[in-house]
Design a protein around this ligand. Structure first.
Ligand SMILES: [Zn+2]
Length: 321
């Protein structure tokens, strides 16, 4: 492995494994172009990783999310699992918030409220992790990640348990700059979470707009000047210097292509719709499960109604007489 990588070129991993809270791997000789990799949707695979083993498999396919000069020189990478998890939870919150915003007309903004809360939690964790990677914060980070996961995966409306746990995290790590900005803009005096829950939908949507507008997914854009066919040529390009930044860039590039990731209303997993047609569920299995549940509930209701009718028919008048 050479000690220098060309900008935008990334090594795949070899023999990736989970050891003592870190993902270890050797840096393969096989390299790839981070921008060209977009067509294989590594960002979707990343968001779909559940277990630490899934993450190790991701690293084997796409390499570690960041590399230091020393790691590059040694040809070995080790990255704390939390580094992957913090990015995963944040990027997932961004994708879910985008999807929730698009749906916020149909559902009274229920999902906007939920994912704005989850986003602020993920943002706090990310900011905290970046500022302070000392081991004593890892427990807080883990706790916060569990809460973010719960906020995303649970079917129930965000309950008071999530809220108090989320407040606990907030106390430990402090609010993010973005959250502070929203509080100033909307003159929020109570805690952010209560505001999100009870504020007028128009305001909540406005807050989501501001959040998405100020969430930086692309490091930088520039004009690449060179020659093409012997003629001076200028091309608009973006900087994608690491896999970590490439994954965020891909979420942005999806939006540019009007082909963003969606998340399943049934299992809450992210997925990509096969066609331009909007879909609610990731698979036929999830769609069928919802239809079957709906049918079962209607059937139960029908039986209840029937029993009710029979009860009213027999004996009801006698009781009054
Ligand atoms: Zn599903």
């Amino acid at each position: 492995m050479s000690t220098k990588l060309e900008l935008g070129i990334w090594p795949r991993g070899q023999q990736a494994s989970v050891r003592a809270g870190k993902i270890h791997c050797l840096l393969g000789r096989d390299t790839y172009d981070l921008v060209e990799a977009y067509s294989h949707s590594p960002h979707l695979h990343f968001l779909q990783c559940k277990s630490d083993q899934d993450l190790a498999q991701f690293v084997e396919n796409w390499g570690p999310i960041y590399l230091t000069q020393a790691q590059l020189a040694r040809g070995v990478s080790e990255v704390p699992i939390e580094h992957y998890r913090v990015l995963q939870s944040w990027l997932r919150a961004v994708v879910y918030l985008m999807d929730a915003y698009r749906n916020s007309v149909d559902d009274n903004g229920r999902e906007c409220r939920r994912y704005l809360e989850v986003f602020f939690l993920a943002e706090r964790l990310r900011q905290h992790y970046r500022k302070n990677r000392a081991p004593f914060t890892i427990e807080e980070i883990r706790f916060g990640l569990q809460q973010a996961e719960l906020g995303i995966l649970s079917d129930e409306p965000i309950d008071s348990n999530f809220r108090s746990a989320s407040e606990q995290v907030s106390e430990m790590v402090g609010e993010s700059e973005l959250e502070f900005g929203i509080r100033v803009q909307y003159e929020i005096t109570e805690d952010t979470r209560s505001w999100i829950q009870f504020a007028d939908l128009r305001m909540v949507r406005g807050a989501v707009q501001t959040v998405l507008r100020h969430t930086s997914l692309v490091l930088g854009v520039y004009l690449d000047c060179g020659e093409r066919g012997g003629k001076p040529h200028i091309e608009a390009r973006w900087t994608v210097p690491s896999l970590e930044l490439a994954l965020s860039w891909m979420v942005w590039y999806d939006a540019l292509n009007q082909h963003s990731l969606l998340f399943c209303r049934e299992c809450r997993e992210p997925f990509r719709a096969g066609s331009a047609h909007r879909r609610k569920y990731c698979s036929e299995a999830c769609g069928h499960r919802v239809a079957a549940r709906k049918w079962r509930n209607e059937d139960l209701q029908e039986k209840r109604d029937q029993r009710e009718r029979e009860r009213n028919k027999g004996g009801g008048y006698q009781w009054h007489s």
